[in-house]
Design a protein around this ligand. Structure first.
Ligand code: SAH
Length: 263
C-alpha cells in the first residue's frame, strides 16, 4: 500500500509520537505523517518528530501544557471535526501513547458524533521509555507484579483524588505522569499508607531527548529532589522496589540524588 492510501479523505488517525526521540516512532506513525494533508500536534511532540513532517503538509500546534493552555480540549475537538468534514486526511499527533492520559476518548467521541470514525496508532509511553533509558524493568519477578499508570494532575490547590491505599502496594511499580508539582503529596500519602520511606524512586525528565535527566532517589527524599530539578520539562516519577533493583547497566546511565545540589 502506498503511504497516501493509508488515510482516506475525511479520515482521522490519532497517532502516538512516543517520548520525543524520532527513532522511537513506529514505522506506521511515520507513514501516517507522510499520508496526511494536515497534522494537529501537541506541545509534547518532540522537534525531531516534527522535522519528519514533509514541508507541504499543513501543521497546526494545539499544544496543552499544564499552566500554559493554548487551546481547550473542545476547541481541539472542533478543529479535528471541521478538518475531517472538509475532506482532509487528518493526523492528530500526540506525545507518547494516545491511550495514556492523552484525552483520546474525547476526540474519538467528538468525531463519532459527526459520523467520523477515528483510528489509533500506538506509541511508546513515557513510562516505558523512562524504564528503558534507566535500564530498568517496570515489572520484576519477586518485586513488582503490578504496574500502575497514575495521573497526578489536579486543579491547583486541590488535593489529588487517588486511592492511596491501593497505590501503596510494595509489590507494585507506580508511574506518576504529570506528578512533579505533586511530589510532596505523593511522597507523604504513600508513606502514610504504608510504603517504606526508603522505597526507590526515579525522576525522569525529557526522556529519550538529548536533555534527558534521570535522578535516582527515595520516597522520603522525593519532594526535595523534585524541587532541586529544573521545572518546565515533562517529568515522570517511577516508584517501587523494581526501580531500585540493580540490573546489569552501565554506571553512566545513572545519576544519584546525592549528585543533585540541594537534595
Ligand atoms: N500520552 C503520554 C502522556 C501524556 S501526559 C504518554 O503516553 O507518555 C503528559 C505527561 O507525560 C508529562 O507531564 C510527563 O509526566 C509524561 N511525559 C511525556 N513525555 C515525557 C518525556 N519525554 N519525559 C518524561 N516524561 C514525559
Amino acid at each position: 500500500m502506498r503511504d497516501e492510501d493509508l488515510i482516506g479523505p475525511g479520515e482521522v488517525w490519532l497517532v502516538g509520537a512516543g517520548p520525543g526521540d524520532p527513532d522511537l516512532l513506529t514505522r506506521k506513525a511515520e507513514k501516517l505523517m507522510r499520508a496526511a494533508t494536515v497534522i494537529f500536534y501537541d506541545a509534547l511532540v518532540g522537534q525531531g518528530v516534527l522535522d519528519l513532517i514533509p514541508a507541504h503538509i499543513r501543521r497546526v500546534a494545539v499544544g496543552k501544557r499544564s499552566g500554559r493552555h493554548s487551546k481547550a480540549q473542545d476547541d481541539i475537538n472542533d478543529l479535528l471535526v471541521a478538518a475531517a468534514l472538509a475532506g482532509e486526511r487528518v493526523v492528530r499527533l500526540k506525545g507518547g501513547d494516545p491511550s495514556i492520559f492523552g484525552r483520546s476518548a474525547e476526540e474519538v467521541d467528538a468525531l463519532a458524533d459527526h459520523g467520523v470514525s477515528a483510528r489509533i496508532c500506538p506509541g511508546i509511553t513515557a513510562a516505558s521509555a523512562a524504564a528503558a533509558s534507566a535500564t530498568l524493568s517496570l515489572s520484576l519477578r519477586g518485586f513488582a507484579r503490578r504496574v500502575q499508570f497514575v495521573t497526578a494532575h489536579a486543579m491547583a490547590g486541590t488535593p489529588l483524588d487517588l486511592d492511596w491505599a491501593a497505590l501503596a502496594d510494595a509489590q507494585s511499580t507506580l508511574a506518576f505522569y504529570m506528578g512533579r508539582a505533586a511530589a510532596s503529596e505523593i511522597s507523604a500519602m504513600l508513606v502514610a499508607h504504608g510504603l517504606s520511606p526508603t522505597t526507590p524512586v526515579l525522576i525522569a525528565s525529557d526522556v529519550s531527548l538529548p536533555t534527558e535527566r534521570l535522578v535516582h532517589t527515595r520516597l522520603d527524599l522525593l519532594p526535595l529532589t523534585a524541587q532541586a530539578l529544573a521545572d518546565g520539562k515533562p517529568t515522570l516519577i517511577l516508584i517501587g522496589q523494581a526501580i531500585g533493583a540493580r540490573l546489569h547497566r552501565p554506571q553512566s546511565a545513572r545519576i544519584d540524588a546525592q549528585d543533585c545540589p540541594s537534595a
